[in-house]
Design a protein around this ligand. Structure first.
Ligand code: GDP
Ligand code: CA
Length: 345
């Protein structure tokens, strides 16, 4: 796809965990290797990351999406699993189980626990999550990792996704569980009747988030979960308005390919908010900036090419390209296509 992209000095990505992290990794690779039009190793990438999956467990503050992005970009991730540390061991988990400590369904690896210990101690000493994240990233996002990249939590305030599920054993017939219980313990196997993002209305964006959206050359919505990753970032008061108002083009990448999520459980979350599980359904859910939404452009997979007219009808410029992040080259090509869609020749 030919492109007339200007020099890309700054790019801002609104990311969840595994899907967002893999996309950013490919973007950085593409910037370094010159595949991304207008980009170079000097392009500054800011990753605004979802924190609504965060929770306290065993007395530790755990931030799954921040850690997935940090470990992925810092080459410390378990690539097979997609989350957690490489060469992980699980002694602490086994010991906790031996004590009968709940929850046994949420395993923390031994190496990973070090991250949560540092974070928890810093938070308890009065540092903000942004400051803690910056401190942790000093280890992981060094110049040795190539392209300049900065990781920001979406907010320093406590924001938590909770999910309402049916439970005949309660008087109301319903029960509300933390997102982690829904995702990890229940594996999203029961329908989500409602998604409630606790604390969101009172939250403020973390320092630098609104600036990163306003003062950038391009905003990208990676193929992250549209409800519980990108949706919760956009839901922090001020963020959606900043995306709508930025002078930079805003381009998104569909997480739904051929009518289904590629990995994970995005379909369940889309269904819970009444959005059609398709590339066009998600693109139309985000909507065109020209009519109250957040998108200028939307990439769908080749096998969803028949849906392009429905997106163009909704005012969203759309193209069909391969969207499987099978390796760095494939993902870099997706990032390049996102840039080309922002500035078509
Ligand atoms: P999480 O926070 O770890 O769930 O990760 P994200 O929200 O960032 O991304 C999860 C989403 O990534 C999944 O729901 C998938 O739809 C999407 N995804 C994963 N791998 C691929 C891929 O290779 N291509 C595309 N287009 N989407 C993917
Ligand atoms: Ca997540």
């Amino acid at each position: 796809m030919p492109s007339s992209a200007p020099e890309l000095r700054r790019v801002t990505v609104l990311s969840g965990g595994v899907g967002g992290a893999r996309f950013v990794q490919g973007l950085l690779y593409g910037l370094r290797s010159g595949v991304v039009p207008g980009g170079s190793a000097d392009t500054e990438v800011t990753v605004v990351t979802n924190t609504a999956d965060d929770w306290w467990v065993h007395g530790l503050k755990v931030c799954p999406d921040l850690d997935t992005v940090m470990y992925t970009l810092g080459d410390g991730i378990d690539v097979e699993r997609g989350w957690g540390r490489r060469e992980e061991t699980w002694s602490a988990r086994t010991e906790l189980e031996a004590y009968g400590v709940e929850p046994t369904w949420f395993g923390l690896g031994d190496r990973d626990i070090a991250t949560h210990l540092v974070r928890t101690q810093m938070l308890e000493a009065g540092f903000t999550l942004s400051q803690v994240t910056e401190a942790l990233c000093r280890r992981w996002l060094t110049p040795a990792h190539g392209t300049r990249v900065r990781l920001l939590p979406m907010s320093d305030d406590r924001v938590e996704t909770h999910v309402a599920i049916a439970d005949p054993d309660t008087p109301s017939g319903r029960r509300v569980v933390h997102f982690q219980e829904y995702w990890v313990r229940l594996r999203a196997s029961v329908p989500a009747e409602a998604v409630v993002v606790v604390g969101q209305d009172a939250a403020t964006p973390a320092p630098g988030v609104l600036e990163a959206i306003a003062e950038t050359d391009l905003v990208v919505l990676p193929p992250s979960n549209p409800v519980v990753s990108v949706g919760t970032i956009l839901g922090v008061p001020g963020v959606r308005d900043a995306v709508r108002a930025t002078r930079a083009p805003v381009v998104g990448v569909s997480p739904i390919v051929g009518g289904s999520h590629v990995h994970g459980m995005a379909a369940q979350m889309l269904t819970s908010i009444g959005v059609e599980v398709s590339a066009a359904g998600v693109g139309r859910h985000y909507g065109a900036r020209s009519s109250g939404g957040v998108l200028d452009g939307w990439l769908v997979d080749e096998r969803d090419a028949a849906q392009l007219p429905r997106l163009e009808e909704a005012g969203v410029r759309a193209r069909a390209v391969p969207l499987m992040m099978s390796d760095h080259d494939a993902t870099a090509a997706m990032a390049a296509a996102a840039v080309s869609l922002a500035w078509p020749a």
